[in-house]
Design a protein around this ligand. Structure first.
Ligand code: ADP
Ligand code: MG
Length: 511
């Protein structure tokens, strides 16, 4: 602040000492300087607290903003006073001028002294007020729906599925728990992010509200949409904390689960909520977490995503929406969003690009990751090389490692080692991407496969159970050929399984 410099300079000048000793202006200015410095210090502390709170999305209190504004204006007045004071000091210092204008400086001294006293009084008042401000900010207001970051530029080919989910969320749909299932990387999270963000509306006052018109035929009338991501390392406590944070409830550290459960239950019981749970790997007890069971009275709903049909059943999903890989047309549409048209139009590359898109098997994660990688391969030779890597050494190709990681999570998550070994066997024996009669798979597992040592009847039963589990975990796909149900090995699952078998030194003998 300029006034500090001006006042300090003036007060330490010896000539000034002599002249000013006849008046009380020096003492007043000195006191003003002292108090002014305290005000600056306090204002700095309050402003820093406000900045820190705003970084955490907290909202500064109105009285604090007002105090900062008023102190800012007062400090400007102090600056102006400092300038006046300095001019007066300069007049006193010029002896000729002093003689000529004798009397006037004394009059100015009186005015300045009075002004200093007034300012001093106001500064003290502001300091007192500033000390009693208390907390500078309030937690952000509880938004009915919060935006979830989306990493999808444009969603391809999912309008029907989106409409189906929205229709289930409508009030006229009786389903209260809805499970969205499908293999890893197929786009389940993407769909729910889209649903969540499409619910964000604003009312006439510009405040965030739930855009109910987007849901179902009748509005759903949720008070609040809560998003929580569970993942494989899910714990009840972490879910409780995530939901509590979203609901603006503070749970003391080290608190026992019971009081967390009570707190959440009491809060959520007063709301009609839509709870979106992304990436559920195992079933859990909603009530144990503190989530009231959605029913026709509270009109709440839960929608969750999972890679397992078993989880859908175990979570009592009344509606199950399966997300399948994209069809050929949409696969190409998505691949084209990443690979330049010029490359795809090159006749020497088209055979390879066809192969790559087929190998992705309609899996959006693979189409995007491989699309990005292939976009920089400008010759047929480099495409051919990439093809080899995709097939034989997938983790050696940028992008493929991400796809392999995602699918390996599902493989590792299988219920037993036997199921894992059976998948490795099947993928090493049967062609990928082609319909296979289930009976053939069972025969292969039983005759010379991992189930060969078991008694014939038991082995067959086990074989069917294993195939059922692999289908339920989306590591085998179902398809219909001439009216009969058959299964297919997804090309990316096939590549992942062969890679795992290679790493484990397990190469299955053909049947
Ligand atoms: N229909 C789609 N159109 C465009 N990109 C998609 C689509 N579905 C998924 N993706 C992209 O594929 C990747 C994997 O999707 P994600 O929703 O995370 O899969 P999941 O949750 O089923 O494992 C993400 O990068 C996502 O942006
Ligand atoms: Mg997901």
């Amino acid at each position: 602040m300029a006034f500090i410099f001006l006042l300090t300079e003036a007060l330490t000048n010896p000539l000034f000492d002599v002249i000013a000793s006849t008046s009380r202006v020096d003492a007043r200015a000195e006191k003003l300087l002292e108090e002014g410095l305290r005000l600056i210090d306090l204002r700095y502390q309050v402003q820093s607290s406000v900045d820190a709170a705003e970084r955490l999305q907290w909202v500064p209190k109105l009285e604090v903003k007002d105090w900062l504004e008023r102190t800012g204006a007062l400090l400007q007045e102090l600056d102006a006073f400092g300038r006046q004071f300095r001019e007066w000091r300069d007049e006193l210092q010029g002896p000729c001028l002093f003689l000529l204008t004798c009397g006037c400086p004394m009059l100015s001294a009186y005015r300045l002294g009075t002004r200093a006293a007034q300012l001093h009084h106001r500064v003290q008042g502001y300091i007192e007020e500033g000390r009693h401000l208390g907390g500078v900010a309030q937690p952000p207001p509880l938004l009915p729906v919060e935006k979830v970051p989306s990493f999808t530029l444009r969603i391809v080919g999912r309008q029907d599925t989106l409409d189906e989910i929205k229709s289930c969320l409508g009030e006229d749909d009786p389903a209260r728990v809805i499970g969205i299932c499908g293999m890893g990387g197929v786009g389940k999270t993407t769909l729910l992010v889209e649903i969540n963000n499409s619910l964000i509306g604003r009312n006439t006052a510009g405040l965030v509200e739930i855009k109910n018109s987007l849901i179902g035929r009748k509005t759903a009338g949720f008070d609040m949409v809560v998003w929580a991501t569970l993942s494989r390392d899910f714990t009840v406590e972490r879910l409780q904390r995530d939901i509590a944070k979203r609901c603006g409830l503070s749970l003391p550290d080290g608190d026992d689960g019971r009081s967390m459960q009570r707190l959440l239950f009491d809060f959520l019981s007063t709301k009609t909520f839509l709870l979106i749970l992304d990436d559920v790997w195992t079933d859990f007890d909603l009530v144990e977490v503190g989530i009231p069971l959605p029913n026709h009275e509270n009109r709440s709903k839960i929608v969750f995503t999972t890679r397992s049909e078993h989880v859908c059943s175990d979570m009592d999903a009344e509606r199950r929406i399966q997300v399948d890989p994209l069809n050929k047309e949409h696969s190409w549409e998505l691949f084209r969003t990443r690979v330049p048209e010029k490359l795809l139009d090159d006749p020497s590359i088209s055979e390879h690009s066809e192969w790559v898109v087929d190998a992705c098997g309609g899996l959006p994660l693979a189409l995007i990751c491989l699309g990005r990688t292939m976009a920089s391969k400008r010759s047929a030779g480099r495409w051919a090389l990439a093809r080899e890597l995709i097939r034989d050494s997938p983790t050696g190709l940028r992008g493929m490692d991400q796809v392999m990681y995602s699918l390996k999570l599902s493989f590792d998550g299988l219920a037993s080692d036997l199921t894992r070994i059976c998948l490795l066997h099947i993928t090493s024996v049967f062609p990928h991407g082609q319909a296979i009669v289930e009976e053939q798979l069972v025969i292969s597992l039983v005759q010379g496969g991992p189930l060969r040592d078991k008694e014939a009847g038991v082995a067959r039963q086990r074989g069917y159970n294993v195939i059922g589990d692999l289908v339920a975990e989306f590591l085998l796909q179902t398809c219909t050929v001439d009216g009969t149900n058959q299964v297919k090995i997804h090309p990316m699952v096939g590549i992942m399984a062969l890679h795992v078998a290679q790493q484990r030194g397990l190469m299955m003998p053909p049947v």
